[in-house]
Design a protein around this ligand. Structure first.
Ligand code: BJW
Length: 244
């Protein structure tokens, strides 16, 4: 690692693998199979069409996952990324595809949740967004416009535009280092971030349990459990930190 300076800018993209050791399922599992999409048909629970067709089923799917957040804790990977954000002299931006709140609970202060957040709800009638810790139901009332039946999880389903894409692309275009951690690289547009960052000059890192279909697109790679390889990587970045 070259010596780093105060203007050095890092963008980190995290995915479900970052939270796996906290006890939250990944979507696609590892090479042996499994994961959330092996148990649920994504077209029945994670599309706007699914919500229109069977909102009770969609609410049940997300209510269970929201409730599960009360039983999990951030792991060493979340904590290490928070430490990097706090201790690094340059700029660190954490972009997560995860809808859990483990980065925040691990100490990160300004995480971009590009696929939304389980602990938030959105009204499809007036578009207001709220913190929402209880179950969502078809009978839930919008606290803003009082509509009934239109409250939905504030998550980004297939076919919908992820949040803050303009800001994310701007950050990718000026960053010096881009890292993808615990993500399979199967879902767009996040899967394209490595190309966008590299084409604007960033050095790119993949940190994952195992190689993915995108591994060859990264300049550097480290494989193993996030709770082990992320703290090591963060320490190496902090050790290399010098004003040149
Ligand atoms: C470990 C570990 C450990 C395990 N340590 N690692 C081509 C171009 C553009 C778009 C498309 C395209 N083709 C199709 C599309 C559309 C679609 C898409 O990508 N479909 C794919 C199936 C092909 N994309 C969309 O619809 C998106 N919107 C969109 O494209 O809008 C238009 C647009 C165009 C251009 C610019 C901007 C916008 C929206 C996608 C929304 C995804 N939503 C979900 C659900 C969110 C709510 C919920 O949680 O239910 O988001 S799907 C699901 O996948 C979730 C995740 O955030 C996302 C990514 O999954 P992730 O994080 O990578 O998890 P896994 O499970 O896949 O991988 C885990 C990895 O961790 C594995 O590699 C393990 O090995 C590893 N691991 N344990 C380290 N301990």
């Amino acid at each position: 690692m070259a010596r780093l300076h105060q203007d050095f800018s890092i963008v980190i993209l995290t995915g479900a693998g970052t939270s796996a050791e906290s006890g939250l399922d990944t979507f696609r599992g590892s090479s042996g199979g499994g994961g959330i999409w092996a148990q649920h048909n994504l077209e029945e629970v994670a599309t706007p069409e699914a919500f229109a067709k069977d909102p009770d089923l969609v609410h049940a799917f997300y209510n269970a996952r929201r409730a599960a957040l009360f039983n999990v804790e951030p792991n060493a990977a979340h904590q290490a990324l928070a430490k990097l954000e706090q201790a690094f002299a340059g700029n660190v931006t954490l972009v997560t595809q995860n809808v859990d709140d483990l980065h925040e609970r691990g100490g990160s202060k300004s995480t971009i949740h590009m696929h939304g957040e389980l602990r938030r709800a959105r009204c499809t009638a007036c578009d207001a967004r709220f913190e929402w810790l209880d179950d969502l139901l078809v009978s839930s009332v919008c606290p803003s416009c009082q509509s009934v039946g239109g409250m939905r999880p504030d998550v980004v389903w297939f076919g919908e535009m992820p949040y803050q894409m303009g800001r994310i692309y701007e950050l990718l275009e000026v960053c010096d280092l881009f890292a993808a951690i615990g993500t399979s690289g199967n879902v767009y547009p996040a899967a394209q971030f490595v190309h966008h960052a590299a084409s604007h000059g960033a050095e790119t890192y993949e940190l994952n349990l195992e190689p993915t279909g995108s591994s060859r697109d990264f300049h550097r790679r480290a494989y193993g459990k996030a709770s082990e390889i992320v703290p090591d990587w963060v320490e190496s970045l902090l050790r290399g930190q010098r004003v040149s």
